[in-house]
Design a protein around this ligand. Structure first.
Ligand code: DON
Length: 573
């Protein structure tokens, strides 16, 4: 493995040039990618991944390295105090697995724990402070990956993150902005305040940062594996800190946590195989629904407006099903056969009027919300063709804005991903019913949708943060890849979203021109142009005919400026 072949935050021209170079046609079908590719939300995490590949690791070791590095340098988005989903595809035997490292409600959690005596939701309690936290899953996911799928000891894959934490790094513009955004809540946790604020003020971009506590936590995980986090010193620090601040974690909650291997959802669309996230993610079920509904229309012969119309109508219907049926598969019976059936999709299609919007209130009923800059997705292809698509989160920026003293990481506020009361929207405006009610030991329903395309011409890994919008973003990005677009085109394209309730199509600025907006409004759609963009999509793509690989990070959040080694999306030979 030599120097970086290209680093596209040098500019799209450099990326395009290198992509063209790597795409030069060869005579036979390449069995292996010509290079390894990583796209993540932070260049230091991407560098940690390549470091691990260079030491003989595979894509799964690199996934451990990128994940752990993100825990250190991007604490607003994800980390050891949160959870994640790892979708893996192994080249040697074609094995596909979904590692569910989603957080779990503590044993003392109860259905109405965020309601006051009058039954009113107390949003503050489900979003800020240790009571908002579910038992972290990410460290268990890292240990499982290293043990069952990696080639290197966990210790080696965690080494780059430990180095970053011990030697220090510099806060980026994004880190600084997110700390400023959550400073009012971070102030309340003395350990969070000491870590992220300087004399009560957010740091400036470029300021150096070190985190010895998280380094020590990572070292115990590196030495002892799973038990090095879920038992002993780290578990004690976590439980003591949480309970002293009013939380309900116990040592048993931690000792009992396990990451779970599940079968990915697998479906075919236009002859291409897609692997995606099963419950407790709602993403895969919704993606299957979206593609199956749309498969019944001659989309390639239609203009953009009718295509958008039916896509919006499909979104409305699959988000309604999400609200009604989906939850943790270890707790609820879900009508999966029905939801995944092409006949069910045909029924939903039949309910779509191709000329008029169906008001959401006219569908038997069941709420929507802001985009996110937290949660993190990364995608990896190694030079053997192993693929990892990983989305990890602490939910809202800096999760519960709480750090247990001595741990160096924020705890998630994924408890807010449960339906705290039927029909009451969560922070993302998502509503739910009994299937996603709180219960001890249960995983909250997620929208995180790491997805792998195993196409006849190309293989790709895709995903993004963005709360409820994750699913529609992955759907649009994947659709573009299926249409033959490059990874860079797919991450950059403007996005639209509908989630059943509220009954409006939200669009990124520039996603529709005036004529298209008017045409959709004439069909009965309410169009709401967002004042901001959303998502932070990361795609890697391998062209099977040429062996060429491409990595692309969402331009919306890409590090601006910097040298070649600062690539978030890079291809190394
Ligand atoms: O699991 C979920 O669906 C959410 N906790 C994800 C949160 C998210 O993407 C935040 N926004 N960027």
């Amino acid at each position: 493995m030599n120097a970086p072949r290209f680093a596209s935050d040098l500019g799209w021209r450099a990326g395009l040039f290198a992509w063209l170079l790597l795409s030069a046609p060869t005579l036979c079908l390449a069995e292996r990618p010509a290079a390894a590719a990583i796209a993540s939300a932070n260049w230091q995490a991407t560098a940690a991944g390549f470091d691990t590949l260079a030491r003989g690791g595979n894509a799964f070791d690199a996934a451990v390295a990128v994940s752990a590095a993100l825990s250190v340098v991007e604490p607003e988005s994800s980390g050891l105090g949160g959870g994640g989903f790892f979708l893996l595809h192994r080249a040697a035997d074609g094995k596909a697995v979904f590692v569910d490292a989603r957080e779990k409600a503590p044993a003392a959690a109860s259905r109405d724990m965020y309601l006051d005596a009058a039954g009113r939701p107390q949003r503050e309690r489900s979003t800020n402070g240790p009571l908002a936290a579910a038992v972290p899953g990410l460290p268990a996911g890292l240990a499982l990956l290293a043990e069952r799928y990696g080639r290197l000891p966990l210790k080696d894959s965690l080494a780059p993150a430990i180095r970053l934490a011990r030697k220090g790094w510099t806060w980026s513009d994004k880190n600084a902005a997110m700390i400023a955004f959550r400073a009012p809540q971070l102030q309340h946790s003395p350990a969070a305040r000491a870590l992220f604020l300087r004399a009560g003020k957010p740091p400036k971009p470029g300021q150096r940062m070190r985190n010895r506590d998280i380094a020590a936590v990572l070292e115990r995980l590196a030495e002892e594996g799973h038990a090095g986090f879920y038992q002993g010193r780290t578990a004690e620090l976590l439980v003591d800190g949480v309970r002293a601040a009013g939380g309900i974690f116990t040592l048993e909650d931690l000792a009992g946590y396990r990451a779970v291997e599940r079968a990915p959802l697998r479906f075919d669309y236009r002859g291409q195989t897609i692997l995606t996230a099963p419950p407790p993610s709602s993403g895969g079920v919704a993606l299957v629904g979206l593609f199956q509904i749309l498969a019944g229309y001659p989309l390639d012969r239609w203009q953009r407006v009718p295509r958008l119309h039916v896509a919006i109508e499909a979104m409305r219907r699959v988000y309604r099903d999400r609200a009604i049926y989906l939850g943790d598969p270890d707790f609820v019976q879900m009508p999966m056969d029905m939801l995944l059936s092409p006949h069910y999709a045909a029924g939903l299609r039949a309910s779509i009027d191709t000329t008029r919007a169906t008001p959401s209130d006219t569908l038997p009923g069941i709420g929507a919300g802001p985009e996110g800059r937290d949660t993190s997705h990364f995608s990896i292809i190694d030079a053997e063709g192993n693929v990892a698509a990983v989305t990890q989160s602490v939910n809202l920026p800096f999760g519960a804005a709480f750090v247990a003293p001595g741990t160096g990481f924020v705890l998630n506020n994924e408890m807010d991903d449960f339906s705290v009361k039927p029909g009451v929207p969560n922070a993302f405006g998502l509503i739910g019913e009994d299937a996603n009610a709180i219960a001890p030991g249960k995983r909250p329903l997620s929208s995180m949708s790491p997805t792998i395309l195993l196409g006849s011409e190309r293989v790709a890994a895709i995903g993004t943060p963005g709360g409820s919008r994750i699913i529609t973003m992955v759907f649009q990005g994947l659709s573009l890849l299926l249409d033959g677009k490059s990874a860079a085109e797919a991450v950059a394209a403007p996005r639209i979203h509908h989630q059943y309730q509220p009954d409006s199509v939200s669009i990124e600025p520039g996603a529709l021109n005036a004529e298209e907006s008017a045409a959709l409004a004439a069909r009965g759609h309410t169009i709401a142009t967002a004042d901001q963009t959303w998502g932070n999509m990361q795609i890697v793509l391998w062209n099977l005919a040429t062996g060429a690989v491409e990595a692309a990070s969402d331009p919306r959040w890409k590090t601006v400026g910097g040298s070649e080694v600062r690539a978030q999306d890079a291809v190394y030979r």
